[in-house]
Design a binder for this molecule. Structure first.
Ligand SMILES: NC(=O)c1ccc[n+]([C@@H]2O[C@H](COP(=O)([O-])OP(=O)(O)OC[C@H]3O[C@@H](n4cnc5c(N)ncnc54)[C@H](O)[C@@H]3O)[C@@H](O)[C@H]2O)c1
Ligand SMILES: O=C(O)C(=O)C[C@]1(C(=O)O)C=C[C@@H](O)C=C1
Length: 361
């Protein structure tokens, strides 16, 4: 692939464009808000000038409700040899495109399973998709050349291709992406009216659970509107668990020993099922979950501290596999948890102590 057009230069479009530009592809950027295309171009994601002739691949990265019409317009204009979208839902846009009478042989639906709670071109990054699954939903009509262009895009973004049927994809993401978004929003919504004294106590647990509650509601209304049935099915099952857990907790308030024992069993059951489910979540790069050891280091909240700690870990010859930052409320300090291979943890701890870092248990 030598040339591409990216339509919709928000978080995902800009991230794709940055990755392609980085690998030598000439990328033309377009957005219905020209300022966004200019901003993406200024970040080195390509040019906001239109191409002089048809390009190899047209990537549509607009909100799901606008995907089919944008694809159909681009096809009518003869923009590219192949067309794909990156929307978080696949069945709806495919059927809309069909209804618009578009040439489905030139199109493939795709969905990178990586994102952020932020939107817009400034949030984009060229490494966003590295090691992440990228779903491709070819149909019987999809031309092999178009499937190959999509596979090349996934490879250039260093993601991992996963081929699925569009509706099976929508059922899967209802479980692993769309319901978690709603649950995160619901937990965060409990804080809306909470006492300041309670909010001040927020620790890492609620930060983990509510990160995606900061996502753009307009985008998510669009996504959920295109996948309401499968998401409602998962939420209904969750509601049954919620009902049972409420009953178990009420039983724990009882004066009756037998009832309290039932309550413990009910609460323990949901927690254990949670352990089992969590253990199935794949680790980094889509591999089986790795057991890392954590080295926790106290850092002060000032510029350059994180860079310094990573540089010191590098000097110790230790690969940091994952990282978490815990901010201490009301203090100019925090704890960085460096996740490393168990065999490397003692070496890292000793080396960081030697360089003056304070370690926490
Ligand atoms: N945010 C995520 O985590 C994530 C992850 C994977 C896939 N996606 C999908 O990627 C797509 C883009 O999401 P995003 O997070 O980059 O959103 P975003 O809001 O950051 O960017 C969307 C961009 O599309 C532009 N746009 C809207 N309508 C347009 C139109 N008709 N023509 C041209 N440009 C138009 C907007 O101006 C904006 O710049 C969505 O379909 C979303 O479902 C999002
Ligand atoms: O990590 C995040 O911020 C995301 O919400 C990413 C996430 C996800 O649920 O995994 C969200 C929606 C997209 O369609 C794909 C990825």
């Amino acid at each position: 692939m030598r040339t591409a057009v990216v339509i919709g230069t928000g978080l995902i479009g800009t991230s794709v464009a940055l990755a392609l530009t980085d690998r030598g592809v000439t990328v033309h950027l377009a957005d219905h808000d020209p300022d966004r295309a200019r901003t993406a171009a200024a970040r080195g994601a390509g040019t906001d000038a239109p191409p002089e002739g048809p390009v190899d691949l047209c990537v549509v990265a607009v909100p799901p409700a606008h995907v089919a019409a944008t694809l159909a317009d681009a096809m009518r204009a003869g923009t590219a040899r192949g067309y794909l979208d990156v929307a978080s839902v696949k069945g709806g846009p495919l059927r809309e495109l069909q209804a618009l009478g578009a040439d489905l042989s030139a199109y493939i639906g795709t969905h990178p399973m990586s994102g952020k709670e932020q939107s817009g071109p400034l949030a984009g990054s060229g490494d966003l998709f590295e090691g992440r699954p990228w779903v491709l939903t070819p149909t019987r009509d999809t031309h092999t050349e178009v499937l190959n262009l999509a596979l090349e895009l996934v490879a250039l973004c260093r993601a991992v291709p996963v081929v699925m049927d569009a509706d099976a994809h929508d059922r899967a993401v209802a479980l692993v992406s769309h319901t978690p978004q709603l649950v995160s929003s619901m937990v965060a919504a409990r804080l809306e009216e909470a006492e300041e004294t309670a909010v001040r106590l927020c620790g890492q647990g609620i930060r983990d659970v509510t990160r995606i509650a900061a996502s753009d509601p307009r985008m998510w209304v669009d996504i959920l509107s295109a996948n309401p049935g499968p998401v409602a099915d998962v939420l209904a099952a969750l509601a049954a668990d919620l009902d049972e857990t409420v009953s178990s907790l009420r039983a724990l308030q009882s004066a009756d020993d037998g009832k309290r024992r039932e309550g413990v069993t009910g609460v323990e059951d949901v927690l254990r099922r949670g352990n089992t489910g969590r253990a199935r979540v794949p680790g980094k790069h889509g591999t089986a979950p790795a057991a890392y050891e954590t080295v926790a280091v106290l850092i002060s909240d000032q510029p350059g501290e994180l860079a310094r700690i990573f540089a010191d870990a590098g000097r110790a010859g230790v690969n940091v596999e994952d990282v978490r930052i815990e901010h201490a409320t009301g203090q100019q300090a925090g704890v960085v948890q460096l996740m490393v291979a168990p065999s490397a943890a003692p070496l890292l701890a000793a080396s960081l102590r030697e360089r003056g870092w304070a370690l926490r248990q």
